[in-house]
Design a protein around this ligand. Structure first.
Ligand code: ZN
Length: 173
């Protein structure tokens, strides 16, 4: 397994719609493993392929946060929300591509999602609470949407300027 560098906003690759995965080969399974390792190392609870510059519809997540909890790594290929609850939920969201920035975002509290695993097998499951927020945040990435896109323009611009500064500092280091 290999740790992959995570792209930092702003980056044109984080604003693009990703292509469906069509080849369920060993390279796909290896990519999902790399993404999980990169996510755990960061550490984070979700990571989408475009965040490491791979423009395909693949995300990984594990929202088990309790100390000593059993990890539940998931890799979702070509995920699609097929139902969302009218009940909303607000979580303070962050993003590995926007380090150090957090904001409260309202989303449907529950969603039902269809996806394929890395072997191509179809799955459908309902997600609730943090898992629901996480899967929606990650699916957004596959459509070029970031959580800051839900914020007012001024706040979004402020965060973007901070990230530009961070990237300049990283480039110099
Ligand atoms: Zn994110």
């Amino acid at each position: 397994m290999t740790l992959r560098p995570i792209l930092i906003h702003p980056d044109p690759r984080l604003k693009k719609t990703c292509d469906p995965v069509t080849d369920f080969d060993t390279a796909l399974a290896a990519l999902a493993d790399d993404m999980l390792e990169t996510m755990y190392e960061a550490p984070g609870i979700g990571l989408a392929a475009p965040q490491i510059g791979v423009m395909n519809r693949l995300l990984v997540m594990d929202c088990v946060k309790e100390e000593g909890g059993t990890p539940e790594p998931m890799a979702l290929v070509n995920p699609k929300v097929v139902w969302e609850s009218e009940d909303k939920n607000v979580y303070e969201e962050g993003c590995l591509s926007i380090p150090g920035q957090y904001a409260e975002i309202e989303r449907p509290k529950m969603v039902r999602v269809q996806w394929q695993d890395v072997t191509g097998k179809a799955h459908e499951e309902e997600f609730d609470e943090l898992w629901a927020t996480c899967v929606q945040h990650e699916i957004d990435h596959l459509n070029g949407t970031l959580f800051i896109d839900y914020l007012k323009p001024l706040k979004r611009q402020m965060i973007t300027r901070k990230m530009q500064k961070l990237k300049r500092e990283q480039a110099r280091a």
